[in-house]
Design a protein around this ligand. Structure first.
Ligand code: GLU
Length: 214
């Protein structure tokens, strides 16, 4: 297992995302990461650690990044060793799309081969990185999020829950799930998302368990 956590709202996201990940440490993990959209320039920023969450927190204390939209991940490696390179978030070629993912993309070999043939360069051994590059490919065809996402999920096989931030859509958090859990907490002017509602327990009253394949 592993955990994905996200926040969008009027507050800065980092504190909630790191706290949420720490509440979900019971699920086990080998590395951790955080990404957000910098509110000053709308650039996608990230930090990763190849070990414990506390070293990610320490890195973020030293080199702080934060934003009103943020996502985080603790990884339990299924494809590729535990390393900085393989830690989430993963990105497309232009580093404009970030993805944190819980699950397995079963057809990643075929997709990677197709994407490499189309000119995409990969930087990790994970199945997750496929999602970011495939999303890049779909967005370049559809030029809008909904069509691109429908196309993307039509090409993925496996069990997955992923959260994505796209630099060109700086106020948006993208949630997709198929056979891996994802729940949403709705607060006052803010929204929490996580693999397990324990991540945001006590912060909001309304919780939605995302239906499968949504
Ligand atoms: N399959 C992905 C990986 O190996 C995600 C694993 C997880 O659920 O943490 O990076």
């Amino acid at each position: 297992m592993c955990s994905v956590v996200g926040y969008v709202g009027a507050d800065y996201s980092r504190k909630f995302v790191l706290e949420g990940l720490s509440r979900l440490e019971y699920r086990g993990y080998d590395s951790a990461g955080f990404a957000c959209i910098d509110p000053d320039d709308n650039l996608l920023m990230y930090a990763k650690s190849d070990c414990k969450l506390r070293s990610l927190c320490a890195r973020l204390e030293k080199e702080p990044i934060d934003g009103f939209v943020g996502i985080g991940h603790t990884r339990w490696a299924t494809h590729g060793v535990s390393s900085q390179q393989n830690a989430h978030p993963h990105f497309d070629c232009e580093k404009l799309i970030s993805v944190v993912h819980n699950g397995i993309i079963e057809n990643h070999h075929v997709l990677k081969h197709e994407l490499e043939a189309a000119g995409h360069t990969f930087h990790s051994e994970t199945d997750t990185e496929i999602i970011a590059h495939l999303f890049e490919d779909s967005l370049s065809t559809y030029n809008e999020l909904h069509g691109a996402l429908v196309d993307l999920v039509g090409r993925l096989q496996g069990a997955y829950a992923f959260i994505s931030l796209v630099q060109n859509y700086p106020d948006t958090i993208i949630l997709v799930r198929k056979r891996s859990p994802l729940c949403i907490g709705i607060g006052q002017g803010e929204m929490f998302v996580a693999s397990d509602m324990l991540a945001f327990a006590g912060k909001c009253r309304n919780v939605v368990f995302m239906p499968d394949e949504s």
